[in-house]
Design a protein around this ligand. Structure first.
Ligand SMILES: Nc1ncnc2c1ncn2[C@@H]1O[C@H](COP(=O)(O)OP(=O)(O)OP(=O)(O)O)[C@@H](O)[C@H]1O
Ligand SMILES: Nc1nc2c(c(=O)[nH]1)N=C(CO)CN2
Length: 180
């Protein structure tokens, strides 16, 4: 299915933005990933989504998912995602005085899945702990691969079918441009 190079694994990233020019922020993130050792193979369409989580009174998000290929190990890939966020001026990370969980952000790059094996450390959980609970993740992810399953065999399409329909997820735009 994919032209993987030696040592590479397939992974999926979730992108989100709800401040400023949201599409430009997502596109900049995708354009930056190759500089950090991450090839972008495919992008979903863009979705305008109602905020979910601890802070509901904030602007709607623009969300997308991308399929990637990388030879980076899980923690290295997390560092790459954080570096892409920092490139765009996002400085408030957990532990910083300004950090607020689920607060508005110009760019969020989450690591959803990498390869076939789960991974867990203090800094990183794979698959992403909320991947099966968020329509704004599942809808674009399944657009990339309808039969996608977690390492434990959970089929993501089955989980999406079980979620309530009240989390607004509206397909608004065509996929991001792929780098290079
Ligand atoms: N799969 C993962 N992808 C990204 N970050 C993760 C993952 N697993 C654990 N983390 C940790 O979560 C921390 C908080 O991430 P972030 O600031 O993006 O949270 P958030 O977007 O506010 O909330 P949420 O975690 O619910 O998406 C990161 O610094 C990272 O160490
Ligand atoms: N719709 C939507 N809601 C969110 C999002 C997001 O990307 N989209 N990100 C959050 C922080 O991780 C909190 N809430």
């Amino acid at each position: 299915m994919t032209d993987l190079r030696p040592g590479e694994q397939v992974g999926y990233l979730g992108l989100g933005s709800n401040i400023g020019d949201r599409r430009a922020a997502l596109q900049r993130a995708v354009d930056a990933l190759p500089r950090h050792g991450v090839r972008v193979l495919a992008s979903s369409a863009l979705y305008d989504t109602d905020p979910v989580g601890e802070i509901l009174d904030q602007p709607s998000f623009l969300n997308a998912c991308v399929r990637i290929a990388t030879a980076l190990a899980p923690e290295e890939l997390l560092r790459a995602c954080k570096a892409v966020e920092r490139d765009q001026g996002r400085t408030a990370v957990p532990g910083d005085p300004g950090y607020v969980r689920h607060a508005p952000r110009a760019i969020d790059v989450d690591l959803l899945l990498l390869g076939e094996a789960p991974y867990r450390s203090e800094r990183l959980t794979l698959p992403h702990a909320q991947v099966t609970e968020r329509r704004f993740v599942l809808v674009p992810l399944l657009e990339l691969q309808l039969d996608l399953a977690l390492p434990d065999g959970t089929r993501l399409a089955d989980r999406l079918a079980e979620l309530p329909l009240d989390e607004g997820v509206r397909r608004v735009q065509d996929p991001l441009d792929l780098p290079g």
